[in-house]
Design a protein around this ligand. Sequence first.
Ligand code: SD4
Length: 339
Amino acid sequence: MADRRDFLKASVLGASALALAGKAGASSITAGRHVTGARVVSTWDFGVAANQAAWSVLGQGGHALDAVETGVMVPEADLKNHSVGRAGYPDRDGHVSLDASIMDADGSCGAVAALEHIAHPIQVARRVMERTPHVLLVGDGALQFALEQGFKKEELLTPESEQAWREWLQTAHYQPSVNSEVRSYGKTGLPGGSGNHDTIGMLAIDAQGRLAGACTTSGMAWKMRGRVGDSPIIGAGLYVDGEVGAATSTGVGEEVIRNVGSFLVVELMRQGRSPQDACREAVMRIVKRRPQASKDLQVGFLAMNRHGDVGAWAIQPGFSYAVCDSQRQNGLLPAKSVF
Ligand code: SD4
């Protein structure tokens, strides 16, 4: 497949050159019918560093579930990343409120939503999965559970994020912008927005062929207090079925929830679509339902099937995803898009 050739070339060129390649570059890779090695993929340019952390698990023969948890903790801790974990931009009332989910190949899953004061919500999501009879804990109940589990209560609003919030308060205009992930992190040179949302979704397959996924975010900056996006909603922001594949999403969560996006991508793969084609179809469902609104919003899907093949698609140009396996540690690819 030409896409694979482009990907290999791009891996050599490095992440920034790839980003500049824009829509002309590869947007899916096919590693053959049966991948024998491990692979991890994740959304946006900050996925490169996250993948490397995940690879520290996968490269040692570790479990995909441990890999995705370890990987997404990198942007959760990154003070330059203003919408995942610590230093995330707050809601319109100044509270940093975090959403996260994790899912294993057998359908086990856990999530937290509107969780405050805990720096690594993905770890709490995993505890929900492994130590409770539930799937999703929210708000004060999620915080109470986290504290019972020994997590530290912290102030996550940094001076920089607080200053950005105070500047936003001067107009208090809520308008999610396209690809704000890029400018908020600021490395790729892809077209950006005003920096009010970003999310890491990560999918991995380990050397034993086990799939897992994780997704974590502080959601849309300046959101209403109590707003929950797609990221902690199993089937919307994340879905994994070990017999088929895995999918995750980024962008305006309301549109993803309305279309149960990640579940849809996995079901399309179950019907025989490639990961890229499944992502394209899921994006088109959003565009067809709301053609006018779609012109000004971004949603991107990223998918991996049970063979380790990867694909992505977005409404707008500018969505990138990072790929890491034994051949290449820091590939960053631009996804194809509707517009
Ligand atoms: C949300 N989907 O909370 C997340 C935000 C996001 O890129 O992914 N931004 O709606």
